[in-house]
Design a protein around this ligand. Structure first.
Ligand code: PGA
Length: 252
């Protein structure tokens, strides 16, 4: 009932030319992959070219960040309207690298989520604990804070339009994946929060992606978990072959 999403987060990789070449190769595979939605998140400079290369195909284009204001004196920032103008349909919000590199807070995540929804974009909202938080047994406390503050003030209809990505920080780019069971446990906790805050049908419909060292050889085990509705992938999304293998994850 929940259509899985396989999303590639390219971070600070790929020129415009590399982006267009990638999407041209990806298009036919994405069009055949009716079992899931396919999203790529190129850097800002390549978004427009990506959207043009993807036009008429099943490939959707996401930005990796946005500002919450419509416009204004924010040097170096990009508004949600500008992302729409460039052809984006999705935007990643609150990725742990932005939280850590740029000090992004849950309150800012909340403003960005609302701005993205108002602009008609689908926010992919990232949450996840750091290693020391997991070791101290604080995973659920951290997820609850990120969920409650990051999604504060959303209506049930708003909530039904977002995607959540659970990305344990210790698993990102480290080659250390959460086991499918660990990921499913965190996803189950997030879904319980969703049920409390937004109700049964919204909790049942929300897609929760797992992210953190997802690779072609571990995607099958993760996707076999009922609670896991897709993947947000960094490193393994940069090559067409491995991203295609992820899109065509083993299905039982
Ligand atoms: P990774 O990155 O797949 O390289 O661990 C995931 C992410 O940061 O979204």
């Amino acid at each position: 009932m929940r259509k899985p999403v396989i999303a590639g987060n390219w971070k600070m990789y790929k020129t415009i030319e590399e982006t267009v070449g990638f999407i041209q190769k990806l298009r036919p595979m994405a069009d055949n992959a009716i079992h899931c939605e396919v999203v790529v998140a190129p850097p800002f400079t390549a978004l427009r070219a990506a959207a043009e290369a993807a036009r008429g195909s099943a490939v959707k284009v996401a930005a990796q960040n946005c500002h919450w204001d419509k416009e204004g004196a924010h040097t170096g920032d990009i508004s949600t309207g500008m992302l729409r103008d460039a052809g984006c349909t999705h935007v990643i919000i609150g990725h742990s690298e932005r939280r850590h590199d740029c000090g992004e807070t849950d309150e800012q995540v909340n403003k960005k989520v609302k701005a993205a929804l108002a602009a008609g974009l689908t926010p992919i909202v990232c949450v996840g604990e750091m290693l020391d938080e997991r070791e101290k047994g604080e995973t659920e406390k951290v997820l609850e804070r990120q969920f409650m503050t990051g999604l504060a003030g959303l209506t049930a209809v708003d909530f039904s339009r977002i995607i959540i990505a659970y990305e344990p920080v210790w698993a990102i780019g480290t080659g250390r994946t959460a086991t499918p069971e660990m990921a499913a446990e965190a996803h189950g906790f997030l879904r319980r929060l969703a049920r409390q805050q937004f109700g049964e049908s919204e909790a049942g419909g929300i897609r929760i992606l797992y992210g953190g060292s997802v690779k072609p050889d571990n995607v099958g085990g993760l996707m076999a978990q009922e609670e896991i509705d897709g993947a947000l992938v960094g490193g393994a999304s940069l090559k067409v072959d491995s991203f295609t293998a992820l899109v065509n994850y083993p299905r039982g």
